[in-house]
Design a binder for this molecule. Structure first.
Ligand code: ADP
Ligand code: MG
Length: 249
């Protein structure tokens, strides 16, 4: 079967002090239907830039994006993008922020609200539906942004460090919850993380990017059964391999 999302030779430079700053160098990447792919790489290497390009927020200098084998100039209508900054609207309550996607698509309001409330409960946010973003912790805001992304019902999810602001316990709970949700209905997902263990716990495959300008340094397949135990010897071995690829070991 052809990949759901495919990037071919995507390159991008920005201008800095009048000089080109190469950020992405001929990135090839594929995500199959229902596959969960992690993108990991050093800070500042170009991960967010790559997601911005897939989401159609910026244009690549060269290269092509394919959706189901057809070249597309812009995937905007096909992806739900959770940005690294939570981007909640300060004048809307948590629930109203989460419902932004469904509201825009004029989905049946009651149905969307019921699903949102269920997600609030599952994400440990019951009772915070009517609270404004300024009154929520960073981790809570991130969970609201994640709920909003899940509710938008696009065919591909792009998540930029979706668990970055969470403490270890909440993070691990959310991993478990998301894996359960993904097992029930697998959704094509590309997520950025800087956490090796998180990548190996969740992903089917892991793309390792180099320092800027980002190139694909390695692609690891994680064929361990879920739920994965980080203390299991196979997991530990993969982690060592991944750290080595990242140049951190
Ligand atoms: N709009 C922009 N203009 C100029 N430079 C940018 C812009 N966006 C990002 N950069 C630079 O591109 C590099 C990669 O940024 P980014 O994609 O955010 O990295 P990452 O998400 O991997 O930490 C950084 O050096 C950043 O300063
Ligand atoms: Mg980033």
């Amino acid at each position: 079967m052809s990949p759901h999302l495919q990037l071919l030779q995507i390159s991008k430079s920005f201008a800095r002090d009048g000089l080109p700053l190469p950020v992405l160098d001929k990135i090839d990447l594929e995500v199959q239907h229902g596959e969960l792919v992690a993108l990991i790489g050093p800070s500042g290497c170009g991960k967010t830039t790559l997601l911005h390009i897939i989401a159609g927020l910026i244009c690549p200098d060269s290269g092509t994006i394919f959706l189901n084998s057809s070249p597309v100039s812009d995937c905007r209508r096909h992806v739900a993008y959770m940005q690294q900054k939570d981007l909640l609207l300060p004048w809307r309550t948590a629930l109203k922020n989460a419902l932004l996607g469904p509201e825009i698509s004029q989905e049946e309001r009651e149905q969307a609200e019921a699903r949102a409330k269920q997600l609030f409960a599952e994400f440990g946010l019951s009772g915070f539906e009517r609270v404004y973003p300024a009154q929520l912790s960073a981790g809570m805001r991130q969970r609201v942004a994640l709920i909003r992304t899940l509710l938008s019902q696009r065919e591909i999810l792009l998540l930029d460090e979706p668990f970055g602001a969470l403490d270890a316990i909440t993070r691990s709970e959310l991993h478990d919850w998301l894996l359960k949700a993904w097992e029930k209905s697998p959704q094509t997902t590309l997520f950025v993380t800087h956490d090796v263990e998180e990548a190996l716990k969740l992903a089917d495959r892991v793309y390792v990017l180099s320092e800027r300008p980002a190139r694909v340094k390695a692609v690891l397949t994680v064929s361990l059964q879920r739920p994965r135990n980080p203390t299991h010897s196979d997991f530990v071995a993969l982690k060592a391999e991944l750290l080595q690829q990242l140049g951190a070991a």
